[in-house]
Design a protein around this ligand. Structure first.
Ligand code: E4P
Length: 215
């Protein structure tokens, strides 16, 4: 399983890139606006310059033609751009048109196996089931990830599954076990994945034992 960072925060992306475990970034309009910027294009271009991995960027308009037009425009911003298109009827048509032009699509806001199958058949490079939001609504988000992975594997569909809307380290463990190709996570969850009190205690003890021996 690969890991993407789910943020538009430049400092966090730079910091995570240094750790060498991040293969890409996913953003959405809410995440970009949280950073207090009004320049969407400049923010996305800066993120694209930090890592060469795929950077998912959502369209900011509705309607088939406006979405296609904006997606074409955004796709010129950097070679590693992936366009996020919502899993709606219009989004499906847009996904199909963009895929034919060779523009990579992340079929996002995916909440059912049927949406994921249709996104894959339309040519999406990625589908993003939103695990946390499904859990919040009383469903089992990870079960959906497992179902999508199973069906894509069974029918040899090449679309990759991004387990999205992950909220804590147990989500990452479950996504890996479910066979997700990618887990996209906030920076805080990336840090939580690594942290273990026994590691900290072990490091401190090794150093103090060696220090005592020298005295
Ligand atoms: C994924 O591509 C989305 O940006 C993200 O995971 C949404 O997460 P949220 O439900 O925590 O907003």
């Amino acid at each position: 399983m690969r890991i993407f960072l789910d943020t538009a925060n430049i400092d966090q992306i730079r910091q995570a890139a240094k750790l060498g475990v991040i293969s890409g970034v996913t953003t959405n309009p809410s995440l970009v606006s949280k950073e207090g910027t009004t320049d969407y294009e400049a923010t996305i271009k800066e993120i694209c310059s930090i890592t060469s991995g795929p950077i998912s960027t959502e369209v900011l308009v509705e309607g088939v033609e406006p979405m296609i037009e904006q997606a074409r425009q955004i796709s010129t911003w950097a070679p590693n751009i992936v366009i996020k298109i919502p899993a709606t009827t219009e989004g499906l048509e847009v996904t199909s048109a963009l895929a034919k032009e060779g523009i990579k699509v992340n079929f996002t806001l995916c909440f059912s196996l049927n949406q994921a199958i249709l996104g894959a058949l339309a040519g999406a490079t990625y589908v993003s089931p939103f695990v946390g939001r499904l859990d919040d609504a009383g469903h089992n988000g990870m079960e959906l990830v497992r179902d999508i992975v199973d069906v894509f594997t069974h029918y040899q569909l090449s679309t990759q599954v991004i387990a999205a809307s992950l909220r804590h380290p147990q989500h990452c463990v479950a996504a890996a076990k479910a066979g997700a190709h990618i887990a996209t996570i906030p920076y805080s969850v990336l840090m939580q994945m690594l942290r273990h009190p026994l590691t900290d205690i072990g490091v401190a003890r090794f150093l103090s034992d060696w220090q005592r021996k020298k005295e």
